[in-house]
Design a protein around this ligand. Sequence first.
Ligand code: HAM
Length: 412
Amino acid sequence: MIQAPKGTFDVLPADSARRDQLELQARRILGAAGYRRIETPAFEATELFARGVGEATDIVQKEMYTFDDGGGRSLTLRPEGTAPVCRAYIEHGMHKLPQPVKLWYLSSFFRAEAPQRGRYRQFWQVGAEAIGAAGPEVDAELIVLLAELLEAMGVREVRLRLASLGSPETRSEYRTELTAYLRANEDKLSREVRRRIELNPMRAFDASDPGTQEVIRGAPTLLERLDDEDAEHFAEVQALLSDAGLRAELDPTLVRGLDYYTRTLFEFSSDALGAQSGVAGGGRYDRLIEQLDGPRTPACGWAAGVERILLAGSAQPTAAQIVDVFVARGGGEGGLAFRIAREARAAGLAAQLELAGRSLKGQLKQADRIGARYVAIVGGPDAVSLKEMESGEQRELSPDEVIPAILRGTRL
Ligand code: HAM
């Protein structure tokens, strides 16, 4: 038996009501703030991610689905949405539009990761990107919109962690400083941390052994090394968030698996999720567009995992499908039943037609099962009897009277 590939899943009708709801909330919340929908192709030139996401990241090193298109070009199923959106911004000359250009997307992405709860090889993200503005209110507004979306979806036990990375130059100076500091205290560090000092000195911040922890307590943090402009930008983002009533924890050790970030960096996690606790993340990426050969353009954005939102969201009753009328067939009048269903839909009603050849009794049972408010039983070329399911009342009508009668009923 052929099954869905490992790490993928089908979205069955029973699951789609909550996904629809997420889409609706995203459109409402982001649309009200002036964000407009964008969709980019499911695959792109591999180089876009190698250059955009970063050659040294886990995503590019290990997690991309890359293939040859048959003509010698290397393509990759998109592992994320920011680099593609920036590619589209450059390709369509969006820098000529009023800035910032505010975009959102709801798309699927692909990463060859080890599957587990909340981690899949094809997954969906809802994301937002504001391209072409550098001010701290852009960052703060994006974070507030994300918090609103998570709240609207009932995501529980949410934590917001915040940091600033400053510029790549500050970061590289800081790295040198941290490496030297760790070297000077080498004898107290765990073997693992010591071995990786040059490769990844930041790892020391996650270590759990008492020796390393003691060294780390005295270590300089990147936040303390930000230059004046970066520090001021970060202070304003924090002030705006606190004004908006959002509690954020400063986390100088926050790291994310993408190389394009500068300045503000943030992550929302939920303890309701277990190991894969990251619900959403993002930050500023002021150098990315330039890195992709576009004009120097500041930008900021985030993406939230759809499956993780649904896993961490409060269970909501799936909205029952509304059925105004079920059109049943009492005789051989297929044409009339078909016409009534069609006209009912044109009048804005939800109408379902009997399609399974059930007996009249079976059809009434089906109408009851799907919660139809009315059943129109077509008995002959001119004879329709309309039954109101709740009261059980039934009336004989001419075909033209059926829809007006239902419409009158819906206004009661
Ligand atoms: P990311 O942190 O790699 O950021 O992904 C964002 C969210 O996508 C995660 O917080 C998680 O909820 C979800 N996610 C990631 N990988 C998986 C997976 N394998 N299975 C299920 N869900 C997953 C980005 O992708 C950036 N493009 C965000 C961004 C936008 N930064 C600036 N603008």
